[in-house]
Design a protein around this ligand. Structure first.
Ligand SMILES: Nc1ncnc2c1ncn2[C@@H]1O[C@H](COP(=O)(O)OP(=O)(O)O)[C@@H](O)[C@H]1O
Ligand SMILES: [Mg+2]
Length: 254
């Protein structure tokens, strides 16, 4: 299986201005992400989720440890190179959508390609394709404020997809949405997962995490649990208990 991201012994320390340790936000994280995985990152407030996402998303560098993203060591990369890698490899979806209100929907989706110097007509076509994928092909010329929250989050997802990233990272993507709209966004993530997209999602909601393939739970800057979530675990338990029943039947017939 192709590894998209591999963290080895990742530590992140925030220092005080005088150089002494303020917080050890990550205290030794080892995680591998395989292409096509759909992962929930959980943990109490302050456990290090955002710090981990910032490192994984190349928004910040670890204090210590190795980070291979799509085969390249990015842990100690200089800023300009790191931001180039980030632009090419990572698609971000935030709780607050973060769209540019002065731009139309299609222009918003084009922004990451603009920064990569992709020519105008190619930019436009790719943005239209991605908006089609999230069900907004008929809203190209609208501005964000003319759309509902759920539609704005769809635009943000199209913007995350437009660079054809190796990983989509979403921090509480349904946190600002009502439950019906949130459900539709989750279904969109699930359909992207079925198309082979690698997705990491921070969530507080156990019901959402249960729908992912794998759950990574942090506690005080360490991985407390890393294992199958929801569907995968349910299937495994069913196999195990039907196996036990089969064993019992076998034993009683002896
Ligand atoms: N920029 C920062 N400077 C200092 N401490 C920080 C900074 N960012 C986060 N922290 C601290 O690191 C720890 C982990 O924070 P965070 O990753 O935001 O947790 P979570 O997202 O799980 O709530 C917390 O103790 C937090 O106060
Ligand atoms: Mg956070």
């Amino acid at each position: 299986m192709e590894k998209v991201a591999e963290l080895q012994g990742i530590r992140k320390v925030y220092f005080k201005p005088d150089g002494s340790v303020l917080v050890e936000a990550l205290r030794g994280i080892d995680i591998s992400v395989v292409a096509g995985e759909y992962i929930a990152i959980m943990g109490a407030s302050g456990s290090g989720k955002s710090t981990l996402m910032n490192v994984l998303g190349c928004l910040d560098r670890p204090t210590e440890g190795a980070y291979l993203l799509d085969g390249r060591d990015v842990a100690q990369m200089p800023d300009d190179e790191l931001s180039r890698v980030r632009g090419r490899k990572i698609g971000f979806v935030f709780q607050a959508f973060n769209l540019i209100s002065e731009l139309t929907i299609v222009e918003n989706v084009e922004v990451p390609l603009f920064y990569q110097g992709v020519p105008r007509h190619i930019r436009r076509q790719r943005a239209i394709d991605c908006l089609g994928l999230v069900g907004l092909a008929d809203r190209l010329g609208h501005r964000p404020k003319e759309l509902s929250g759920g539609q704005q989050q769809r635009v943000a997802i199209a913007r995350a997809l437009v660079t054809d990233p190796a990983v989509i990272m979403a921090d509480e993507p349904t946190g600002n949405l009502d439950s019906t709209t949130g459900e539709a966004i989750l279904e969109l993530f699930e359909s992207l997962h079925e198309r082979g997209m690698t997705i990491l999602m921070v969530t507080h909601d156990p019901a959402i995490a249960e729908r992912c393939e794998r759950i990574i739970r942090l506690r005080d800057g360490l991985v407390e649990f890393d294992g199958p979530g929801g569907r995968a675990r349910f299937d495994a338990q069913r196999r195990e208990s039907s196996g036990r029943r089969a064993d019992a039947t076998e034993a009683s017939s002896r």
